[in-house]
Design a protein around this ligand. Structure first.
Ligand SMILES: Nc1ncnc2c1ncn2[C@@H]1O[C@H](COP(=O)(O)OP(=O)(O)OP(=O)(O)O)[C@@H](O)[C@H]1O
Length: 241
């Protein structure tokens, strides 16, 4: 069974259908890609999945249970985590303190406390951030700040993590390391849904990809399948033109 299922989801802004009858599945313990040209509806879909945007129609199932009516906080308690396209970090706090705040919030809101300090240490090590742990986020490069966002999201111990353009601002070297990190997290059982414009990264680490364009699903399949799909090729060439 898919960990996350979106069924017939529609989000309208006035006359615009930003998400138009979208149905997608996100398989457990792997990386599923969500790609498409600018304005295709990817962020709106993430917002609807996490509860920041109320859909006009359709439903969202987490482990088979309908979460469409739940608040963003309740969805988070059920294991749904996300990062944002525009970084949402505390710039004047250190990398470690950004993680610590997330751990404290998690402990305040959910049963079963975690040891915040040891979990910070574990995640800083896992994500390769130990060397910058005591620097303010404002003083580290954007590419590394993207990793801090992921580490901070992991402090809430999500089972499903939605990543919105996490590699933007990263160098090629940083993106390669980031790809390895996502593979490792998926290997450890995390379900990841990745919105990303770096198609090299997407094709490299995703087992399934859904392609959106003008709010509709153009294609779904393996990286090989979607790369050969004429509708996908046309949408991307249309974008580049
Ligand atoms: N709050 C809003 N009010 C009105 N229109 C919106 C709103 N949010 C998004 N849109 C429109 O909905 C469409 C989908 O936008 P969305 O940001 O979801 O696309 P996207 O695929 O994430 O794009 P990008 O890759 O550029 O981030 C766009 O036409 C956008 O202008």
């Amino acid at each position: 069974m898919s960990t996350l299922q979106v069924v017939g989801l529609t989000v309208r802004f006035g006359g615009l259908k930003a998400v138009d009858d979208v149905s997608i599945d996100v398989a457990p313990a792997g990386v599923t890609g969500l790609i498409g040209p600018n304005g295709a509806g990817k962020t709106t879909l993430f917002n609807a999945i996490t509860g920041l945007q109320r859909p006009n129609a359709g439903k969202i199932l987490l482990d088979g249970q309908d979460i469409t009516a739940l608040s963003p906080a309740k969805r988070a308690h059920r294991g749904l985590g996300r990062t944002f396209q525009r970084l949402e970090l505390f710039l004047s706090l250190s990398v470690r303190d950004n993680l610590r705040v997330a751990g404290d919030i998690r402990n305040a809101n959910r049963r079963g406390r975690i040891d915040v300090d040891s979990e910070c240490d574990r995640l800083l090590e896992l994500t390769g951030l130990s060397a910058v742990a005591d620097q303010d986020v404002a003083d580290i490069p954007t590419g590394q700040a993207r990793v801090v966002e992921v580490a901070r999201a992991l402090m809430a111990q999500p089972r499903v993590l939605l990543l919105d353009e996490p590699a933007s601002g990263q160098t090629e070297h940083e993106t390669a390391a980031f790809g390895r990190l996502l593979r490792r997290l998926a290997g450890d059982g995390l379900t990841i849904c990745l919105v990303e414009h770096d198609l090299g990264l997407v094709m490299d680490i995703c087992s399934q990809i859904h392609v959106l364009d003008y709010g509709v699903v153009l294609a779904s399949g393996t990286p090989e399948q979607v790369q050969q799909d004429p509708a996908v090729i046309a949408a991307y060439i249309g974008t580049a033109a």
